[in-house]
Ligand binder design. Structure first.
Ligand code: SAM
Length: 282
């Protein structure tokens, strides 16, 4: 369906990117849009309230976060249909990018409300372009699952990707994530971009082995990890064949298939169901 945002009478929701650290990155258009709307829906009213007061803007705020996204989206739609001008912002960067907003956008579109993006900062793109690993194609993964077995499975699925890979991570999980990245991808080139656009902005460009050995105490703040894509020669650390051969050799030495699958799962930290499937499908 075609829709003209600014040359139709259709109602509109502004989706506004906000600074990821440096307030100077608020554009004149961002200021204009945030100043002109009647209501700003945001992830956290305290975070956005602080930003708006720094920008000298006073507006009604309503919180729309992951847990109430659907119900608040429906409330907002009614307001927008009645003529209220609304913008949505997340805590930092673009809404919808590892942040709430996607459900709101879908619900708006289902209700014939247009979406107008207002450009601004994004941590993944900032990290990518400065990493030295930016190629024609890239893949954004965002946060890995907090659960180790799921995280390893997620990473295993990415091992053959040729695109440069981009991950978000929090300081309390950075050590485990860097170790997992090295375990799965081997010593690929990588770049850790920390505190982007802020005073302590730092880029660490090295192999994943060295990166996984960095003292996590020195990796505070917000960070993005960029990893080079597969160069073609890179084999998964544990291939499907490896899994099948490990199970087979245990079965050959007298273990039941069920026990062997359990053992291989424990040894490789690969989900038991995956080991089962890989063994039976190969
Ligand atoms: N919506 C945001 C965007 O467009 O980039 C991302 C929000 S996500 C909840 C927060 C994560 O983004 C952080 O854990 C970190 O991985 C990354 N991030 C956000 N700001 C950053 C910054 N200034 N420097 C480095 N990474 C940042």
């Amino acid at each position: 369906m075609r829709s003209l945002n600014f040359e139709s009478d259709k109602p509109l929701l502004y989706l506004v990117a906000t600074p990821i650290g440096n307030l100077q990155e608020v554009s004149p258009r961002t200021l204009e849009v945030l100043s002109s709307v009647d209501l700003i829906a945001c992830e956290d009213t305290r975070v956005t309230g602080k930003l708006l007061s720094l920008l000298g803007i006073k507006k009604d705020l309503i919180s729309l976060r992951e847990h109430n996204e659907v119900s608040v989206s429906h409330d907002l739609i009614e307001k927008i249909k009645k003529g209220t001008k609304v913008a949505y912002v997340s805590d930092a960067g673009y809404p919808c990018i590892s942040d709430p907003g996607s459900k709101l956008v879908k619900i708006c579109l289902e209700n014939e409300i247009n979406i107008a993006p207002v450009s601004g900062p994004n941590a993944a793109l900032n990290a990518l372009v400065a990493s030295g690993l930016c190629e024609d194609h890239f893949y954004f993964h965002g946060f890995l699952n907090a659960k180790e077995s799921v995280r390893l499975e997620e990473l295993r699925e990415l091992v053959y990707k040729k695109e440069t890979l981009i991950f978000y991570e929090a300081p309390h999980r950075i050590k485990k994530t860097l170790e997992a990245l090295y375990e799965i991808f081997g010593d690929r080139k990588a770049c850790l971009a920390r505190e982007l656009t802020k005073k302590h902005e730092e880029f660490i460009r090295c192999g994943l082995k060295a990166m996984s050995e960095i003292d996590p105490e020195t990796l505070k703040g917000e960070m993005v990890i960029v990893v080079e894509g597969s160069t073609g020669e890179v084999k998964p650390v544990i291939s499907n064949n490896d899994i099948v051969n490990m199970v087979k050799s245990m079965v050959d030495s007298g273990m039941s298939t069920k026990d062997a699958i359990k053992k291989v799962s424990e040894m490789t930290k690969i989900n038991k169901n995956i080991v089962y499937k890989v063994y039976h499908l190969n």
